[in-house]
Design a protein around this ligand. Structure first.
Ligand code: IDP
Ligand code: MG
Length: 156
């Protein structure tokens, strides 16, 4: 099982798309193990997007991400990091495939609705930035025996 950090960006919150985007992940079978609405401070945005410092879009990105509340989610499932990235679609709304979150809900290249961790290392770092230990909840879901084939012991 993997856990990934998802951010529903300020445009998703302002446009009233939180529920529809979260529903997609729930319908897919990913488990919500953390969720909160928060305003990202510039210091946190800088840590989160440290790899992008110096790029032409960096200042605008930090301004955007700190401009209005976001919803942060921790989603757990088999291959959750790659599964969520695939559901998000390509970075630019104008290029993202129809059927993906960015492809279906936006056309902007910078206001692209959602962030998702892109590797296990990034997920670990980002979950640590946005959630304290007690905020991530491990719990059994009754539906798991239908979301996954558990006959072999491990979820398939
Ligand atoms: P990702 O969110 O799909 O992982 P990254 O390349 O990591 O894409 O970029 C982080 C964020 O920075 C993007 O989601 C987008 O909001 C913004 N961004 C990336 N490239 C550009 C650009 O060329 N113009 C404007 N904004 C950009
Ligand atoms: Mg990225």
């Amino acid at each position: 099982m993997e856990t990934t950090l998802i951010i529903l960006k300020p445009d998703a919150v302002q446009r009233g798309l939180m529920g529809r985007v979260l529903s997609r992940f729930e319908e897919k079978g990913l488990q919500v193990v953390g969720a909160k609405l928060m305003l990202i401070r510039p210091e946190l945005a800088a840590k989160h997007y440290a790899d992008h410092q110096g790029k032409p879009f960096y200042d605008g990105l930090v301004k955007f991400m700190t401009s209005s509340p976001v919803m942060v989610l921790a989603l757990r499932g088999v291959g959750a990091i790659a599964v969520a990235r695939k559901m998000m679609g390509a970075t630019f709304g104008s290029k993202a495939e129809a059927g993906t979150i960015r492809g279906d809900f936006g056309v902007s290249n910078s206001f692209n609705l959602i962030h998702g961790s892109d590797s296990p290392e990034a997920a670990e770092k980002e979950l640590g930035l946005f959630f304290s230990d007690g905020e991530l909840l491990s719990y059994d879901r009754v539906i798991d025996s239908w979301v996954y084939d558990l006959s072999g012991g491990d979820p398939e």
